[in-house]
Design a protein around this ligand. Structure first.
Ligand code: ATP
Ligand code: MG
Length: 430
């Protein structure tokens, strides 16, 4: 994309409404704009990040055999009366009445809807297990929307659901979801730690939250240094992976146990703050019973499938990643989800040789590059490139251009290389 034509409205000033780094940087880098309290429009650079995160989430769900569906954002109140949650959910639910006085709501989550869909279409044990998921906007009328997309009212979530024959099957599913989540976060380029959690409004027996470490996180977290390495992902089988994940100490302040903590060697203790980016639940037959979803078993008897639900905050992740990866100058995107791989900075717009070299780089990188072709001072271009945080900057001035040389800057480390065009391109593509 050419920056001169792009809808990337960067800001020099710090917006006064933004209290934390990710919110400030998302506004300043032109990723989002607030349309109403807790409701955001995603502009081109922001949408590219959101889409890349969603794609990694999708690929890792598909890899464990989950199937993508797309359920609507608007749901009928009657569906929620079946589970008893229509009254119980309270003020966070946005309730709507249509022109025929039918009660609707903007979905905060989809346990009821997916249970109804599977119930009405799956009748036999032979068709289980099922693991549908979707990536869809949710609405929760949060009392205090804040910190930009970290706590919005409308937000994008991957929510998945599972229906198994029995407890053993449900536990196997739960473990495979945990593995998929850890792979997802690793591919995105961040460290997330699963922590034993309370089950809250969803209800049920077993739950883990996944937290990204950041000083502005809402939860205090305590964990074993073993999580810093990501080694458990190399486990040979799912059971030993799950064993490692769940026996190594990690807890939010709500679940923290001082007695157990005291037994961990001091050099392995880590304390900090975490942002919840995902949560998974096993809740047995809570919804299948309440919504009368029974299937016929091998013995001809009816039974209620064992269920779980699994969420990832896709839009929250954008803010959480920035909280974990930024400096004074701006965002530092992990390569896998950066809106573009490289920025091309033309330091002498209008100079024939410089323009030609920039066009050559732009043609070679195609949709992976953001080309700063504006009539701007070099200083302003450097500052905006650092603010936007693309992994690489290809800096082209008239002197280098005359020799076919560009300066390549790595945003995360600040390293700089003077390289012939081909070598610079190879490094960016690597
Ligand atoms: P929180 O405790 O932060 O309010 P939650 O536990 O109510 O979240 P879940 O029902 O577990 O949320 O939803 C799954 C995921 O959706 C969360 O882990 C989080 O990443 C994301 N999420 C929940 N509420 C919001 C929100 N208001 N804005 C952005 N993302 C959200
Ligand atoms: Mg949660």
């Amino acid at each position: 994309m050419r920056l001169s034509k792009a809808l990337i409205p960067t800001l020099k000033e710090t917006p006064s409404e933004a209290q934390i780094a990710s919110h400030r940087l998302m506004l300043r880098a032109g990723l989002i704009r607030q349309m109403a309290s807790g409701i955001y429009a995603w502009l081109p650079a922001g949408l590219r990040v959101l889409t890349k995160i969603a794609q990694i989430v999708r690929e890792e769900q598909d890899r464990i055999g989950a199937q993508e569906v797309l359920m609507p954002t608007i749901q009928s109140a009657d569906l929620w009366r079946e589970s008893g949650r229509y009254e119980a959910y309270g003020k966070e639910m946005l309730r709507i009445t249509d022109r025929h006085d039918r009660e609707l709501l903007y979905g905060p989550t989809n346990e009821e809807m997916i249970t109804a869909i599977v119930r009405d279409n799956i009748k036999s044990y032979r068709d289980l297990p099922q693991m549908p998921y979707h990536i869809q906007w949710k609405f929760r009328d949060e009392v205090r929307p804040r910190f930009g997309v970290l706590r919005g009212r409308e937000f994008l979530m991957k929510d998945g659901y599972s229906f198994d024959l029995d407890f053993d099957g449900a536990l196997r599913t739960y473990k495979s979801i945990m593995l998929a989540y850890m792979r997802t976060f690793q591919r995105i380029g961040i460290t997330a730690i699963p922590m034993r959690a309370d089950t809250g409004a969803i209800g049920g027996d077993l739950s883990h939250e996944f937290h990204i470490l950041a000083p502005t996180g809402e939860s205090g977290v305590f964990f074993d240094a073993a999580f810093e390495t990501g080694d458990a992902l190399g486990a040979t089988d799912i059971d030993s992976f799950y064993e490692q994940m769940t026996t190594t100490y990690a807890a939010t302040d709500e679940k923290h146990d001082e007695r157990v903590w005291a037994q961990i060697p001091p050099e392995r203790k880590r304390e900090g703050r975490g942002i919840e980016v995902g949560q998974i639940f096993y809740f047995g037959t809570k919804y299948s019973k309440a919504m009368n979803f029974a299937v016929t078993g091998a013995d001809g008897q009816k039974f209620y499938p064992e269920m779980g639900s699994y969420g990832i905050g896709v839009s929250r992740l954008v803010g959480a990643i920035i909280e974990a990866r930024h400096d004074e100058a701006g965002i530092i995107w992990p390569q896998a989800i950066a809106p573009w791989r490289a920025a091309i900075l033309n330091l002498r717009q209008g100079d024939e040789t410089t323009d030609a070299l920039c066009e050559q780089l732009y043609a070679a990188l195609g949709s992976d590059a953001l080309y700063d072709d504006r009539e701007e001072r070099a200083g302003a271009k450097f500052a905006e490139a650092d603010l936007m945080g693309l992994p690489w900057q290809l800096i082209v001035g008239p002197k280098g251009a005359a020799k076919g040389v560009v300066e390549l800057k790595h945003r995360a480390t600040g390293e700089r290389f003077e390289l012939p065009v081909d070598e610079a391109l190879a490094k960016v593509r690597a």
